[in-house]
Every structure is written in C-alpha cells, then in structure tokens.
Design a protein around this ligand. Sequence first.
Ligand code: 5AD
Ligand code: SF4
Length: 467
Amino acid sequence: MVEVLSNPASTRKLYIESYGCAMNFSDSEIIASIMSEHGFSTTNEELEADVIFLNTCAIRDNAEQRIRDRLKHLRSNKKQNSDLIIGVLGCMAERLKDKLLEEEKLVDVVAGPDSYRELPKLVAEVDDGGRAINVLLSREETYGDLNPVRLNSNGVTAFISIMRGCDNMCSFCVVPFTRGRERSRDPESIVKEAKELQTAGYKEIILLGQNVDSYLWFGGGPKKEFKTLTAEEQETSVDFADLLELCALAVPNMRIRYSTSHPRDINEKVVHVMAKYINICKYIHLPAQSGNSRVLEIMNRNYTREWYMDKINMIRSIIPNCGISCDIIAGFCTETEEEHQDTLSLIEWAEFEFSYMYKYSERPGTPAAKKLTDDIPEAVKGRRLQEIIDLQNAVSKRKHEALIGQTVTVLIEGASKKSKDDWMGRNDQNNVTVFPCEHYQKGDLVEVLVERATVTTLIGKAIGKVS
Ligand code: 5AD
Ligand code: SF4
C-alpha cells in the first residue's frame, strides 16, 4: 500500500509517501503535524516538493526492495532540483541506520520511528550543507500530545495510535528491532483525540498497536507488567478492555475498530466489552501465523494450535457472528509438508473472513535469522503460499455468499474503485460492501441488502439509513 499525503498551505513543500502497515500511515500524520509547525505544508505533487520523505517498511525483503527502486526514481527529481532534500524514515531507516546514507548516496535524512520530533532540526542540518541521522529508540515517546494532521483521508475513518513498539520477539519479525520497546499512550489523550475526530465529523476510529491486548496504563504513566504494579496502581490502571470501553462511551456515535490482537493475550474481558457496545465493530484481526504447534513454538508465538482454536471458540461463544481475520506465513524455517497441511486445516476450521498471506522472508538480525535455517526452497514456499491463498479465497467466497439475502450495516467510506456511481463501505465484520449511490452520502450508516458476493466484496442495494 502506498499513500501520498497532502494538505496545501504555507511555505516549504513536503511530500510524504507511506509504505507498509497502518501504523506507518498513522505516523505520517504525526510527521506532517510536526513539520507543519515548522513551516512545511504538504503537497501531493512530488515535483514541487522541497522535501520528500519516504516512510518505510522493513517487514519483508520485497518491502525494502520497493523503497530502493523508488529512491532510484527520485534521482531524477534531485537532478532537476539540487536543493531537494530526500529523507528515509521509519522501519527501514531504523534497520539500516547510517548504512542507508552510504548505500543510497542521494538520501539526506535518515530518521527512525522515535525521532520524528527531531525532523525539523535534521532538515535544518541538511540546509546547512550536511547529511543528518537520528535513529535513537525511546522507551517513552508516544507522540501522545500531538495533533495528527489528517491528510488525504476519506473524512470518515481515522487512525488513532494507542501504543508503540513491540516486546513480543516473534522469531521472524524485525518490528521489535525497528520500533523498539512497547509503550502505551495516556488514555486521556486517546479519548481526547477520539472526541476531536467526532467533532470534526469523522464517523469511525481505528485504534492501532502492534499488540493492543497488552495495552496498559497505570495512574502515573505507561507500565508494562501487572505484576510490577502496586494494588492501588492495579485498581486505577487502564487495560485494553477499559480503554475500549472509555472510547465507546466517549464517542457513542462513532464506530470503533482496532488492530492488532495477539492470540496469547486476547481475553474474555475485551470480547465482553465488544459485545456490550453497539458502536464497537464485531471484528478481530487475530494473526495465527501457522496452524502447527511446533512451528508456532519456533516462531516464539507463545501459544499452540489448540490455544488459538480455544480463543476463537471463546470469541464466537460471546459474539457468534464476530468477523475474524488472520496473518499467515508460508514456508517458515524447517516447516514440513504435514505442518503446512495443519495451516490449511486451521484456515478451513476457523473460517477467517480474510487473511494477509506471505512467504517467509528472512530478516537479518532477527532470532530466526540467527538460530534457524531458511531452508524451504523458494519454489516450495511459493507453492505453499498459493495453496493457502486458494483455500482462503474459497473460504472467503463461501462466507460472503452465505450473506446473500441478508442485510448488513455499512458505513460509507467513499466511491467504489470500479464505479463512481457506487459507494464502498464496510460492515461490522469488516467485509467490503459495494452498492449504488442513490441519494446516500459519504459517512452515512446504511442497511444494505446483499444480492451478490465475490471473494473480496459483498454487492447489494441500500434499503435505508440507520437512524
Ligand atoms: N516474513 C514474512 N512475513 C512476515 N511478517 C512479519 N515478519 C515476516 C517475515 N519475516 C508478517 C506476519 C505479521 C505481518 C504484519 O507480517 O504475518 O503478522
Ligand atoms: Fe512482530 Fe510478533 Fe510484535 Fe507482531 S507481535 S510486531 S509479529 S514481534
């Protein structure tokens, strides 16, 4: 996913491109906010930019390859405008640090996810003729006090980052190294941001964190482990279920979504809060990564196949129609054919609405890169991935087709990609739904009768607005 942000106004022009996960898109809004306070307005015309920032992803090798290709393209912009400043921000910047300045000669600024407040200073250093880098990670930075600039948004849905970093150390994952230690953001600032978005006319918030279920704030500040809290602190602490409830009550007319949950940590308290409030969407992104317990163990996921299945049973016993989606990695180190079959059978059993599916990509410095051998041939990884995709597509289609003849409640996000005469939105379970615009408006919550279904989309007709 690539998105270009724009917010025309003031003096020097900044062009930001975001790659990768929702957290990066949310960070770009924080970056725009910091830069706007220092006289930079955003543009979506890269050729008129004085500064170009690529907010990057390092999760798989192909994500980094895309950035390198993009940087090669930007060489010609620099030829046309020798004052142009190019910055690489985010996870790839954090991973490669000053190597990026050496490898990619045209990069002027390198900034990791915790050093965005320094960006104006780093740009000023480049103005003075240098090249600038800050990749320090922090244990405290949450950017909680900043007002993200909502750019190129659909005006309906907005991200709110509730925590940063990750302490999980899944063996395949570079995120703990690029985004640092987990820290939670002050719940008051989260609720304030939600209310401001409601006042500004937004209809939906998406609370973001790498592992939202371990969100924890106690009276005086963010703290990780319950066991280190005093009894009084435990009493006043805010966990993720509490935060969800605070948001549901604070913005009763907005829909609330969140991502990402961890199967080890998701608990009944969270699911009960979801069930209690009509404005919390009945949808959970619950990455399994694999359906085999041995593979899960070497992935350091801290749960088994049975534990994962129990969590799904728990969710569906409380919210029978809860939408559940998944992330799957094909061809992790030493995965056998039988273990791959376990992943397929989990997909069939769990009936995920959809999954994000990837081939394993070894990331330098991760525990898997250090201790395990990336021994599954590329062709085998490709074939296993294709089998996973084919099965998930069949499951998604079946689930979508089961909704034909039913009505679903959809928040209109904007025009459908295929036709400006159709609206696109999502139902509670996060299924993309498309229907003729008629007299309905962007931001309306409408009941849609489902008439047809594809692997990715429900297609129907609006039958009325939800009052
Ligand atoms: N190779 C392939 N996929 C990965 N992910 C994370 N690290 C890797 C990797 N090294 C996937 C996981 C995670 C999602 C965000 O990206 O499925 O949940
Ligand atoms: Fe990576 Fe695991 Fe943290 Fe997700 S939970 S960001 S996969 S280490």
